[in-house]
Design a protein around this ligand. Structure first.
Ligand code: PEP
Ligand code: MG
Length: 580
């Protein structure tokens, strides 16, 4: 048994067999049940045949168009394909060690690579590049046209634990999560989009383990606690029993929270608070309703761009999705945020790096006008199906908001629908927070994205686990900005909600209530927990704590100010007064 300590970012207990996915999940390793051996051998055989015909085709084309000498490169690659140390060795590994074809191939190539590198022969050493080429072709042909993890997850017996170095959100959005018991990542943070997705699907997750993909072997049994961040590899039989008991306790606690579903959220002294839900995958709307949300406060539409369906971003397909979402939630409001994507998602391969500071959100929307136009058209066309609100991400000035609004107004005129759809702005860039009065004049509502607001205010990349300890929602600088937003939006009589992860923490919600916020949007699973916390909160005590927190000089001072409120909430919640 080995115990690892990471960061719990999505609550719950999971026990299952590991599937290890590395290098953006392009390499996936798992152990086969005996029934899977023939299937994997067949996959390898088919991949080899495909690779052979591709190489033959390339070789004869190059011979015709360039010359036989150049075609010899591919003849050498064909020879490698027949090398008994390659495909035959991989086949042997599948049979003997019962490992999946992708992993067997990776191992056989590794062995062959070592032979090539060891030999004194210059010619052989130079063939290493060709070997990499053959490997890439074989790997692609093992899973033509799709990421291997997507198919594998459907094939392996659940529950499984995905152990990844980093799981990109674009891939996470395509997985069948009903078969995944838990997720463990080498890197990651609570506000990474894959983690946000796992949380909203209720998949227990631990991140920031550093070397989990090296320490956890494919097929090993893994138990994890998404609250404490504990991960155990190959627990003993008694250990496993304790993990099962823990899992039962966690589930029964959730059932106890269930009864809060139909009650409105209120503080102990009667302040009415509105709780809405964040949603990433439209088909999951049932979770929103089950949680007792009063609407959708944030639908992250960019996840649509990541689905396996290449047509998913088309106007028609968006229209259908928005319409059914609005119908499912009617009469409750559905706030759909336009694509918060950088050029790498809006125009694949336009940019090799991730867009954290550059061309993303509404900036990308205004520049890549066509994509934005077709999204807005789909939205306004669907608007008659329910109570739609359009939310614009990454707004940094009133001027930008004005431009976006006039473009939307033009589309509304052309389409002849959606005249009365409210249009709001995300406040997630410090510039927007500081000019919220001007922005309020251009918007119908505001939504505070604390995930980004914190990262840009503190200059801390929210996905960089090396800085995780510095990513502090209760930094005085952040609290001052939040207070400014709450005050000025109230003065401008604009609805304002908080939809970042901060709103899912019952204690921090207490602070946010004290700062003046009354509407929150969060992952559905957090709604009953926050409701319970609020029922134990005294609004006056919260306002007093917030006033003092605003004068604090450090996170420690803020924590000290919040401690009595936290204790009182804890006492009331534990006494059960919260549930009444
Ligand atoms: C935020 O920034 O707080 C937010 C809600 O948006 P996202 O997490 O999608 O960036
Ligand atoms: Mg954001």
């Amino acid at each position: 048994m080995t115990r690892l300590a990471g960061r719990g970012v999505s609550a719950g207990i999971a026990i299952g067999r590991a599937v290890v996915a590395v290098r953006d999940a392009r390499q996936v390793r798992y152990r086969l049940a005996s029934s899977g051996v023939d299937r994997e051998r067949q996959r390898l055989k088919t991949a080899r045949q495909r690779t052979r015909s591709e190489l033959e085709e390339i070789s004869s084309r190059v011979s015709r168009t360039v010359g036989p000498a150049q075609a010899a490169i591919f003849a050498a690659q064909l020879l490698m394909l027949d090398d008994p140390l390659l495909a035959a060795r991989a086949d042997e590994l599948i049979r003997q060690e019962r490992i999946n074809a992708d992993w067997a191939l990776e191992r056989a190539i590794g062995e062959l690579h070592a032979v090539f590198a060891r030999e004194g022969d210059e010619w052989l050493r130079e063939r290493i590049g060709d070997l990499a080429d053959v490997r890439g072709r074989l790997q692609r042909n093992l899973r033509p046209g799709r990421d291997p993890l997507i198919g594998l997850i459907r094939e392996i017996e659940p529950p499984l634990i995905v152990v990844a170095d980093e799981l990109p959100p674009s891939l996470a959005a395509q997985l069948d999560w009903t078969r995944v018991g838990g997720l463990v990542c080498d890197i990651g943070s609570p506000t990474h989009h894959t983690v946000i997705l796992a949380r909203s699907l209720g998949v227990p997750t631990v991140v920031g383990l550093g070397t989990a993909t090296q320490l956890i072997g494919p097929g090993q049994r893994v138990a994890l606690d998404g609250t404490t961040g504990e991960v155990v590899i190959e627990p003993s039989e008694e250990g496993l029993e304790r993990w099962r008991q823990r899992s039962e306790i966690a589930k029964s606690a959730l059932r106890a929270l269930d009864e809060l579903r139909t009650r409105p959220a209120k503080t102990a002294d009667g302040l009415r608070i509105r709780l809405e839900a964040n949603l990433e995958i439209a088909e999951e709307v049932g979770r929103v309703k089950d949680a007792g949300a009063e609407g959708i406060g944030l639908y992250r539409s960019e996840f649509l761009l990541d689905t396996a369906n290449p047509d998913a971003g088309s106007e028609e397909s968006q229209y259908e999705i928005y319409r059914s979402l609005l119908e499912a939630m009617r009469p409750m409001p559905v706030t759909i945020r336009t694509f918060d994507a950088g050029v790498e998602r809006v125009q694949p391969r336009a940019s090799g790096h991730r867009e954290r500071f550059g061309l993303r959100g509404i900036r990308a929307g205004l520049q890549h006008d066509d994509r934005f136009r077709s999204q807005v058209r789909a939205l306004v066309r669907a608007s008659s199906a329910g109570a739609l609100r359009i939310l614009l991400p990454f707004v940094s000035s009133a001027t930008e908001m004005r431009q976006a609004r006039s473009l939307i107004a033009e589309i509304v005129r052309e389409t002849g629908a959606g005249e009365s759809v409210p249009i709001g702005a995300m406040i997630e860039v410090p510039a927007a927070a500081l000019t919220v009065d001007h922005l309020a004049a251009e918007t119908d509502f505001l939504s505070v994205g604390t995930n980004d607001l914190i990262q840009y205010t503190l200059a801390i990349d929210r996905t960089d686990e090396r800085l995780a300890g510095h990513y502090e929602p209760s930094e005085p600088a952040v609290l001052r900005l939040l207070r400014t937003i709450a005050l000025r939006s109230r003065r401008a009589r604009r609805d304002v909600s908080v939809c970042g992860e901060m709103a899912a923490d019952p204690l921090l919600v207490g602070l946010l209530v004290g700062l003046g916020f009354r509407t929150f949007s969060m992952t559905p699973a957090a709604i009953p927990i926050v409701k319970r916390g609020l029922a134990a909160l005294d609004g006056r005590q919260a306002a007093d704590a917030a006033r003092r927190a605003l004068r604090a000089r450090s996170v420690d001072e803020v924590d000290a100010v919040l401690a009595p409120m936290a204790d009182a909430m804890h006492r009331a919640a534990v006494d059960g007064t919260a549930a009444t």
